[in-house]
Design a protein around this ligand. Structure first.
Ligand code: ATP
Ligand code: MG
Length: 394
């Protein structure tokens, strides 16, 4: 049976004068994201977005699954269409009772009439529908105060709709409503998770990856592209930048103490990232760092890395354990790709004994042996840029 999808928006309803902007952004994103699954009518009605199939060719289940991933939607449910008379409404409610209840043991029925000329009042409609459901499923009970599921009947101008239990949506805020940030994306587990957390706050992501060809391979880069495709699944198309740090790494090897390689490389990454962020109008940098996870993620090392940039650096994984990060990576579908065994530029020339408590003074002394500006501008000038979409939209 065909159904419509009802999307509830959360926090964005609190945004006062900006409310229309948030809602319209969400509407546009819903339309864009479900486009591959057919022709739909998507419109706003009270504080709900309705997604109706415009013809019989719509894949409603695929659209529903996609809507579950759209940030800014706090809850969603399926609404089944029936003719606008009590017989049809009760019959549909009884037939769909198991689906509407979704395994719940208690429910209540609620009705709303947009069409006030409908012969029954809202409480009467609710009572009849509740009765029909009880008859179909005698094991469930009505609980008007604290029901597990509320079955809703809506009498609109042309048709009636019946909806059941709501499912949790992706939450957060619609992407782009909080500006743009640049995600430093390695091939690892942490950075895609960090990107997801920031994107969920309404931030559109661009991604920057540092490769070290020929020390890192084309396959390693392709794996990162695969991660970007998954990110595009909740972010929309991603502008993906790649910068080679080969010359920088070779300069480090030639001129600097081995124990400082990683921290020096990270300072180069941050400086280049800040340039890309400025060019692309990204207001912040996002990384997957987690406190104490490796030598370059101690408070001392993070301070030394951070002092190269002046825009905010968001590190949403900072307080998460590896286990928690892995759980999130599984939920967002990046884990399997992240653990594919390809080398990363950070793992090439890894010092045997990295400095865990570097001081800025010592790091600056190491950097005196390098042509920092020249290395950065050559790396930056050779930057490559491509747009990557989720596979569905290619
Ligand atoms: P991840 O699992 O994200 O690779 P990690 O635990 O391996 O993180 P590091 O290798 O120290 O930690 O990297 C810390 C952060 O620096 C990464 O989360 C990422 O944001 C950024 N980063 C590291 N390597 C790269 C790279 N090759 N390209 C872009 N960003 C990188
Ligand atoms: Mg890594």
């Amino acid at each position: 049976m065909n159904y419509s999808i009802l999307l509830k928006f959360g926090e964005i309803t609190l945004k006062g004068a900006n409310r229309a902007y948030f809602e319209n952004t969400l509407l546009r994103q819903v339309r864009y994201r479900i486009k591959p699954f057919g022709k739909f009518n998507v419109f706003k009605s009270q504080s709900t977005i309705c997604v109706e199939p415009a013809d019989d060719g719509c894949d409603m289940d695929a659209a529903y699954e996609t809507c579950k991933k759209i940030f800014g939607v706090i809850a969603l449910c399926r609404a089944y269409e029936t003719e606008k008379n009590m017989d049809a409404i009760e019959k549909t409610a009884a037939e769909l009772a198991p689906v509407l209840l979704g395994g719940a043991k208690t429910f209540k029925a609620d009705a709303r009439r947009a069409d006030k000329s409908f012969p029954l009042s809202s409480p009467e409609i609710a009572a009849n529908v509740g009765g029909a459901i009880l008859e179909a499923c005698p094991h469930v009970k009505v609980d008007v105060h604290d029901p597990e599921v509320t079955v809703r009947v809506e009498i609109r101008d042309e048709k009636a709709f019946i909806s059941g239990g709501q499912e949790k949506g992706a939450g957060g805020m619609p992407v782009t409503t909080n500006g743009k940030a640049l995600l430093l994306l390695s091939g690892g587990i942490d950075s895609p998770v960090a990107g997801h957390m920031i994107c969920r706050r309404g931030v559109k992501l661009e991604a920057l990856h540092f490769e070290s060809f020929p020390y890192t391979s084309e396959q390693a880069l392709e794996k990162v592209r695969d991660l970007v495709r998954i990110i595009a699944g909740y972010n929309g198309a991603v502008c993906f930048h790649t910068v080679s740090v080969t010359e920088i790494q070779e300069a480090l090897m030639k001129n600097c103490e081995e124990e400082y390689f990683t921290i020096l490389l990270r300072r180069f990454m941050m400086r280049i990232a800040e340039k890309v962020a400025a060019e692309r109008e990204c207001g912040a940098i996002v990384t997957g760092e987690s406190l104490g996870q490796v030598a370059s993620q101690t408070i001392e090392a993070l301070n030394v890395t951070n002092s190269t940039v002046s825009i905010p650096v968001f590190r949403p994984c900072i307080g998460l354990d590896k286990e928690e990060i892995i759980t999130r990576a599984r939920q967002i579908g990046t884990f399997e790709t992240s653990v594919l065994p390809f080398e990363d530029c950070c793992t090439v020339f890894t010092p045997r004994h990295p400095k865990t408590k570097p001081t800025l003074e010592n790091v600056l002394r190491e950097e005196e042996r390098l042509d920092i500006d020249g290395l950065i501008s050559r790396a930056y000038e050779a930057k490559k840029q491509e747009w990557i979409k989720e596979s569905l939209y290619e």
